[in-house]
Design a protein around this ligand. Sequence first.
Ligand code: XBP
Ligand code: MG
Length: 264
Amino acid sequence: MAIQALVFDVDGTLADTERDGHRPAFNAAFAQAGLSWHWHAEEYRELLAVAGGKERIRHFCEQYDPDFLARPDADELIAALHADKTRRYVAFAAAGRIGLRPGVARLVMQARAAGTRLAIATTTNPENVTALLDACFGPGATSWFEVIGAGDVVPRKKPAPDIYTWVLERLDLGPEECLAIEDSAVGLRAAVAAGLPTVVTQNPYTMSDDTTGALAVLSDLSTVTLADLSTLHDTVHPGSQERPGTHAVRSRAWTSPTATPTSA
Ligand code: XBP
Ligand code: MG
């Protein structure tokens, strides 16, 4: 079955946004608010287990600053911190501080040329998505992505399947007609739970993540073509009892030297 749509995750997949955008923006917002919090890279890697910026701040407070959560205005303070963090992230993106990961632009262009539909399923705010796409592809690039599922449009964030289900409904496609591209265990679990065959492109933050269920695990998309992804997608048997995303990758299906199929 041909791939009808590529569904991209954003953070860690399109760009190293956590390294170049989110973490610095969180820390700048904390400093601006007079808080002593500072998320170092290794600590942030652990915090990424919780998707969603507001949820991540709350999780951090539960562990390290429960007194903050005991304040009667804690919810408002977290919302204000997150709003400031979002403004900073958008400014970073607009200033060109966040670049696309290798191969992303080429794959997006190939898909557009081939008429393969494009969509996004992310936990981050829609403003962040627009800022990143505008800065990296040029103004108006959000229109290339037919459906953009982002942020709080679903109450349950990844690893719940909800954002992928939301996107599939708007694409009016079944999960087996799509291919998801993710970077993390949290994102992979969400996509697989929604039934999408999923390729994982790891980054330094997600290098040690559990990739069980991925069709393939790659270091990046630098050598991957749309034809490669189609061949890989063909190895999934729609209608079988096996869940998409857990199917064995046949060795003939993948020619990229960087590919590491999760099962032989
Ligand atoms: C990653 C996330 C987000 C970002 C921060 O999203 O979990 O929460 O870390 O963005 P994905 P916000 O990998 O699904 O793109 O602060 O806007 O939540
Ligand atoms: Mg991600």
